[in-house]
Design a protein around this ligand. Structure first.
Ligand code: PEP
Ligand code: MG
Length: 581
């Protein structure tokens, strides 16, 4: 029995047999010398293989467009461009002539060197592009070597897929009904594969380093996409524990449907709104299954991050329209792009910032590129007729930035009018409160905002000065730190005094243990990963607003984080088994 801990990338617990998919590494590349007069025929072989590969990729692009989205299809469009890359072709030709080795060997060496360079790059976007090079390289080599590649589309039994890395074409093609789980050596929570796994509801643990070297094909494993645990060859006791956990998980999911239609209100009739956070348009439909009453945060930057460039107005318009249509008459809050920090788009940003988290991020970037910003604002305006759009600006640090963003919003409206492009009246425009300076001037910001949305992931990071991705200091990032509670109170009270609603879309909103505290502080809208909604609703339905207000008052008097946590635990003990269903 071996236990691994990876990055929990898509929730769900699975016990099953693995399917070890290592086709990238298993095939040896033949190497032999050729005569000078064979150079021409080797070159022609390559051109024919390129042609065949291009046909395959065109087929995949069409499939992606039909089954997923135009944005995913763009990956294959990029693959096609690589096959037409003059520089690549000329390097292959030059080295073929100079080295007089068979074309498979020359081609493999060049693409291998290229992908190694990309893997070594500091920039995560470039590192992810190595996957695309590997995808194309494998495709062309399979054609040259006449290898019939096993397609994951042909999987005909239930498996947990174990891979080093999943190529974009594999993710798209795999038989999603048969892939019950995914474990992978590489990848993180925001990697392409993680996002797709969540959109397809496939539990996934990524970033496991060497799992494919430890696992045998067909071996039994258990995996938990919520905790990140993967256990190879589990013993009886572990199997029993996980079987129980699956039972509980199933019960929890079954309970979702019973609670889905019930209102999110306390025992004494105080009503709040529970919404979902999404990253890609395809997620929008799914959130309704968990009882989401709207989208409280659509992280629009993923439209830019995945293809690595600015999405054009039409593409953005289509994406926003898709989300709005999927949500019908429920509100959809589109956050303008939050690039920068750890979400770098090489085409747009200088990556040599000393402190990227304090740097050219989010609305700062948008205001510096008003042309790009207005493309997004126009796309939002145009899509607004498809549903109930709301828009909000990330990382506002003070009123000046908010006013500039609002004046660009007005300019975008004027441009739409000039071009006779209709849009909805009175689209609410909100401010994200995720920098301490915004929380401290929330009363001023409320005058110009239609709502607030508190981004606690960043608010905690910036108020306690702790990089949340740094595991050495991560323990300091406590949502119940007295400073965080004061900033929350300040923001929510300022919203209410200004006559607007206070929402929260940071991870804190989805932590059911903190729900009574947030209720007591007066939060109106809780937005979270959709899976968390039923558990939060259950707690809300078991609470009285009076008890929550008392709890919040007590918590605000605490001097230590641990005191606040103890109060929350005490509250939980007293309220177990309330009204819920
Ligand atoms: C936040 O900071 O809490 C937030 C919701 O934004 P993001 O996690 O995208 O930075
Ligand atoms: Mg944020």
């Amino acid at each position: 029995m071996i236990k691994f801990i990876g990055i929990p990338a898509s929730p769900g617990i699975v016990i099953g047999n693995t399917f070890l998919y290592l086709e990238n590494e298993n095939n040896e590349i033949p190497r032999y010398s050729i005569k000078k007069n064979q150079v021409e025929s080797e070159w022609k072989r390559l051109l024919l293989a390129f042609k065949e590969a291009a046909e395959e990729i065109r087929g995949l692009r069409e499939k992606a467009e039909l089954e997923i989205s135009k944005e995913q299809a763009a990956i294959f469009a990029a693959h096609l461009l690589m096959l037409e890359d003059e520089e690549l072709l000329s390097e292959i030709q030059v080295r073929l002539k100079a080295e007089c080795q068979n074309i498979e060997w020359v081609f493999w060496n060049i693409t291998h060197e290229l992908s190694q360079k990309l893997i070594a790059a500091a920039d995560p976007y470039l590192r992810e592009r190595a996957v695309d090079i590997a995808d194309i390289s494998r495709r062309v080599l399979n054609i040259l070597l006449k290898i019939k590649k096993f397609s994951l589309a042909d999987l005909n039994r239930d498996v947990i897929l174990a891979v080093h890395d999943l190529l974009p074409s594999d993710t798209l093609l795999m038989n999603k009904k048969r892939v019950k789980g995914l474990v992978m050596d590489v990848g993180g929570r925001t990697s392409h594969t993680a996002i797709l796994a969540r959109a397809f509801d496939i539990p996934a643990v990524l970033g496991l380093s060497s799992i494919t070297r430890e696992i045998q094909d067909g071996e039994k494993i258990v995996m938990d996409g919520t905790s990140g645990e993967v256990i190879i060859a589990p013993d009886r006791a572990v199997l029993k524990r996980y079987e129980n956990a699956i039972g509980q998980y199933k019960k929890m999911v079954a309970g979702f449907s019973s609670i889905r239609e019930l209102p999110s209100e306390t025992t004494d009739g105080y009503r709040v709104t529970l919404m979902a956070n999404i990253e890609i348009p395809e997620e929008a439909g799914h959130v309704l299954d968990y009882g989401a009453e709207g989208i409280g945060l659509y992280r629009s930057e993923f439209l830019f991050i995945s293809p690595g460039k600015i999405a054009e107005e039409e593409e953005q318009y289509r994406a926003y329209s898709k989300v709005l249509k999927a949500m019908g008459d429920l509100p959809v809050t589109i956050r303008t792009v939050d690039v920068g920090g750890d979400k770098i788009i090489p085409e747009l940003q200088n990556m040599n910032e000393k402190n990227p988290l304090l740097g050219w991020r989010a609305v700062r970037f948008s205001l510096a590129h008003s042309d790009i910003f207005k493309i997004q604002l126009r796309a939002i305006l145009r899509s607004s007729l498809e549903g109930r759009a709301r828009v909000m600006f990330p990382m506002i640090s003070g009123i000046e930035e908010l006013e500039t963003a609002l004046s660009l919003w007005e300019e975008a409206k004027a441009e739409c009018r000039t071009q006779e492009q209709a849009f909805a009246d009175n689209i609410p425009v909100g401010t994200m409160i995720e920098i301490p300076s915004a929380a401290m001037t929330a009363d001023i910001l409320a005058e110009k905002s239609d709502f607030f949305s508190i981004g606690t992931n960043d608010l905690i990071q910036y108020s306690i000065a702790v990089d949340r991705s740094n595991e050495k200091v991560n323990y300091l990032a406590q949502p119940t730190h007295p400073a965080v509670l004061r900033l929350l109170k300040m923001s929510i009270d300022a919203a209410h005094r200004g006559g607007i609603q206070a929402a929260m879309c940071g991870e804190m909103a989805g932590d059911a243990a903190l729900s009574p505290l947030l209720l007591g502080l007066g939060l109106d809208i809780f937005s979270m990963g959709s899976l968390a909604i039923p558990a939060v609703k259950r707690v809300i339905r078991s609470a009285s607003i009076e008890s929550c207000r008392t709890l919040a008052e007590e918590a605000l008097k605490c001097r230590y984080t641990k005191e606040v946590n103890a109060l929350l635990e005490e509250w939980q003990r007293e309220h177990e088994g309330g009204k819920a269903e």
